[in-house]
Design a binder for this molecule. Sequence first.
Ligand code: NAD
Length: 272
Amino acid sequence: EREEATGVAPTPVRVAVGGAFGRMGREAVELVRATEHFLLVGTVDRRGRSLEGVPGFSSVDELFSAVRPDVYVDFTSPEAVYGHTRAALEAGVRPVVGTTGLAREEIEELAALARSKRLGAVIAPNFSLGAAVIRRAAALAARFFPHVEIVEMHHDQKKDAPSGTALLLAEAVAEARGGRAGGVLGEAGSPPSPDHPARGVLAFGVPVHSVRLPGFVAHHELLFGGDGEWLTLRVDTVTRRAFMPGLRYAVERVLELEELVYGLDRLLEREL
Ligand code: NAD
């Protein structure tokens, strides 16, 4: 049994990765292996493969009964993520979850479980540092520039519109304006208001324009109109590597937490 000492990071940090053979999971495995003070102690994937020298499992239950990581990173699927995160907390393992699709009530239940066990947990649907910083910058700008519209541009394979990140940005603007923002998770966009014909959809009262064209990856822009000036905030995410510094930060910080934090921006804010 390893010593449980809150606030003191174990060295090395023993990390397991769920969804290790998926697109994000492979990047996460590479990150853990490339980070000197991280040690990859196990992988989970439905595909049931394993990496050389690292035990591989086909379920988290098998993983947690065989190895006890300090941190469990999840990039699996919306159907599996709640059960995986719960299993980690129940096993006394700190989850860092990148998988999207958790419902608001599920996040609240996981937060209550983490609190009762005094275990750190991070759930972040977007680990990009740029997206976290722009959300904070948007909140600052919204206090001084009342007029804002959001443009988000993605590849034409993306099914949802507006993007989850655009909704989070709209929510940050609404929060800064002092309006009801709809909680930590955001809400779906609403149809254009009669006051704003042909101006995208309104999300938290902010017009959001969605562009879907081949060639784009993931781009978000906030345009603030002022008196004789305007301000543009823009973030472009072009490869999955963009998520890795934020993921590494979350794996390090979760060891010091005793509760669940939702959103990388909220985790960064604790630093400021
Ligand atoms: P993917 O389909 O490429 O990979 C998922 C992997 O998880 C697969 O290898 C699959 O076999 C495995 N898996 C699925 N269900 C499982 C289960 N029940 N048990 C064990 N293994 C299981 O998907 P992806 O593109 O890597 O995305 C994974 C998730 O990460 C999605 O929810 C996606 O939206 C999210 N995502 C998050 C961020 C972020 O920054 N937080 C960035 C990109 C994608």
